[in-house]
Design a protein around this ligand. Structure first.
Ligand code: ASP
Length: 344
């Protein structure tokens, strides 16, 4: 039944949030309000070159699905990004295990979790989606499937990440840090954080193509030095990524356990379905985490990023420091500071 109060609340939120964010330079940017113009957005500063690769597909009139796959392959192959793909920090046992998923405009999805030795898990996830009756393959099964389908076996552990792991082993303290904010995009060099802590950050990407179709991809090496076998939110459809072509898409980064507990990306999309604009939907999903575990939430980062069918986008995080990259016809290198619950 039509709920007028809910509708009015959602309309008021629409006006307040309509795809607006604050750029690093302090300018206000707005998502598309009318018509369909392609756009691609992704988490963190390494999203800038990833978006640019995705944009090549979108600008040529290509499919959002191809765009997001091509886009996230960039950080997957970049050894300087130590939280995604090749060169990612290993788990507690020194093994680099990757989590990825992809979802298209028809609601098809594919995923791999805990997969070793493959440079582009996102492309394996796509193959799971397109060539099997399944959604998700894990561990050795995912590797076997990849090798059987022509993917090459590589060593994903770079000397830099191995060194970091060996240093971490001296204390073996598992303490994920919130962000690696204040890292400028041209300084993506491996960064050791104070107190022998290492970062976690995932690339989640959402695109709208010229036909008005949405797709998303999410890929990560997960939490640095996690228990072997730990799977985060990133390959879980509904948690790390969700796309509904009628409504919009959402993706997440941060402590995956909290995102899984709240089925975060699905929640964001469902809130958008109710009329929430992207940023407001992300905020409500963040508030759900904070309300359930206020003490835990003080210590962790979770950020959501969302794009709706109109091309409006927005983000919200628990902690300050969550940035996201936007690429459209106007700009190919925009980095936006997402709003957050804690601001200091
Ligand atoms: N969400 C990822 C995970 O839990 C990590 C991150 O995005 O920071 O594996």
């Amino acid at each position: 039944m039509f709920d007028r109060r809910k509708f009015l609340k959602a309309s008021a939120l629409s006006a307040a949030f309509a795809g607006v964010g604050q750029t690093k330079a302090g300018n206000i940017v707005a998502g598309m309000a009318n018509g369909i113009e392609p756009v691609v957005i992704s988490t963190w500063d390494f999203g800038i070159p990833a978006n640019q690769a995705a944009w090549k597909v979108l600008a040529a009139g290509g499919r959002a699905l191809d765009a997001v796959e091509q886009g996230v392959r960039v950080p997957e192959a970049d050894p300087k990004v130590q939280t995604v793909g090749y060169g990612g920090f290993p788990d507690r046992d020194g093994r680099v295990t990757l989590d990825s998923c992809i979802m298209d405009e028809f609601g098809n999805c594919g995923s791999v979790a805990g997969m070793e030795h493959i440079m582009h898990p996102i492309s394996v996830a796509r193959m799971v989606m397109e060539k099997t009756p399944h959604v998700m393959l894990v561990g050795d099964g995912a590797l076997q499937f990849a090798l059987e389908n022509g993917f090459e076996k590589v060593n994903l552990l770079t000397p830099e990440s191995e060194k970091a792991w060996k240093e971490w082993l001296k204390t073996a303290k598992y303490s994920p840090v919130m962000n690696i904010e204040n890292r400028s995009y041209d300084k993506l060099a491996p960064k050791k954080l104070p107190g022998n802590q290492y970062n976690h950050d995932t690339i989640g990407m959402l695109a709208l193509d010229a036909k008005g179709n949405l797709s998303g991809a999410c890929t990560t090496s997960g939490m640095a030095f996690k228990l072997h076998g730990r799977v985060g939110d990133s390959p879980i459809i509904g948690a790390g990524l969700y796309v509904d072509n009628e409504v919009g898409g959402a993706t997440s980064t941060g402590v995956g356990e909290e995102v899984i507990r709240n089925v975060g990306s699905f929640l964001v999309v469902e809130l958008m379905r109710q009329g929430y604009p992207p940023e407001a939907a992300c905020k409500e999903a963040v508030m759900r985490i904070i309300r359930k575990k206020p003490e835990t939430a003080k210590q962790i980062q979770v950020g959501f990023l969302a794009l709706n069918k109109k091309g409006e986008y927005g983000a919200y995080a628990i902690q300050k420091g969550f940035s996201y990259a936007v690429c459209n016809k106007q700009r190919n290198d925009l980095l936006v500071d997402g709003k957050s619950y804690y601001n200091s």
